[in-house]
Design a protein around this ligand. Structure first.
Ligand code: NAP
Length: 271
């Protein structure tokens, strides 16, 4: 049976094994997909041992996405643009890297939440690994503007500069982020996951726009409630998680699973 893992630290909480088990069942395939917790300084050894033992592919989560990119002998354009990988596959005798996070976000926004990204004004909050991975896929949708706001504004400027040739990017500080009117506000900071307040002006949220937190579940509840209180439509990032997994499954196995029921199943309260 083909074996896959999600590597992280911590990783026991990961929903990926459940998601991939649902995909495999839906497609009538048999795969094994487990969690693999690597020590903080042991990602490389753990990943190489997994592939040496015949493992077919790995998803990679915090804090190892940059190391995963560096480990691979070949990286896709989107992994190179992000400088990070959440996907590894053994192809022949080499390990290849990709980054499916941006595709997952765009699919969730465009296909599940029905947001028109072409011509949209997008505020991307955050300039860490997740933000870096989603800028190029968002720009490929041809928004009217992609403004990057970050607590450390220099990181926002550097990210906007890095992708300037790919589309209309600019940067701002968090407290000045209400200087524009946005159709989509994306929280790609780790504030929700860390349980910290996000010092973003309430005025960025308004009726008719979508506020989206890349974090999901209880962690994103505060951001979602705050945006809804201002009349915005709001979502957490569970759909992104499932869509990046579907893209991974497709890259590994050449078959694309349907996602709607998997997302709904994960949202349903436990019986
Ligand atoms: P990261 O590389 O550590 O970056 C953290 C970012 O958050 C930086 O921009 C940082 O700003 C900002 N930040 C942290 N605490 C903050 C606070 N209290 N107020 C304002 N800004 C704050 O983390 P990451 O890998 O980008 O992950 C970010 C989020 O995306 C996490 O919640 C992660 O779970 C989520 N994510 C979700 C998916 C999915 O499939 N749904 C996939 C990938 C990531 P400074 O630069 O100023 O420090």
């Amino acid at each position: 049976m083909d074996r896959y893992v999600v590597v992280g630290n911590p990783v026991a909480h990961s929903l990926s094994p459940r998601i991939h088990a649902r995909f495999a069942a839906e497609l009538g395939e048999r795969i094994e997909y487990a969690t693999l917790e690597a020590p903080p300084d042991g990602f490389r050894a753990a990943a190489l041992a997994f592939f040496a033992s015949g493992g077919r592919g790995a998803n990679v989560t915090l804090p190892f996405k940059v190391e995963a990119f560096e480990l691979a002998e070949h990286a896709s354009d989107r992994a190179r643009a992000a400088g990070a990988a959440n996907f590894l596959a053994r192809r022949g005798d080499r390990i290849e890297a990709d980054n499916t996070d941006g595709a997952g976000l765009v699919t969730d926004l465009r296909d599940n939440l029905r947001v028109a990204l072409a011509g949209a004004r997008i505020l991307l909050v955050g300039a860490g690994g997740a933000a870096r991975g989603v800028v190029a896929p968002l720009l490929a949708e041809r928004p009217r503007a992609l403004v990057i706001a970050n607590r450390d504004v220099e990181r926002a400027k550097s990210l906007a500069h890095r992708f300037a040739a790919a589309g209309p990017t600019s940067a701002t500080s968090l407290d000045a982020a209400d200087g524009g009117t946005y159709d989509v506000v994306l929280n790609a900071t780790s504030a929700s996951t860390l349980g910290e307040p996000l010092p973003l002006p309430d005025a960025v949220f308004r009726p008719g726009m979508l506020a989206y937190d890349l974090a999901y579940g209880a962690a994103a509840a505060g951001f979602v409630a705050r945006a809804k209180a201002r009349g915005a439509r709001a979502s957490d990032g569970l759909g992104m998680l499932v869509e990046q997994a579907a893209e991974s499954y497709f890259l590994w196995r050449g078959r694309r699973p349907a996602t709607a029921e998997v997302i709904a199943g994960l949202r349903a309260p436990a019986p």
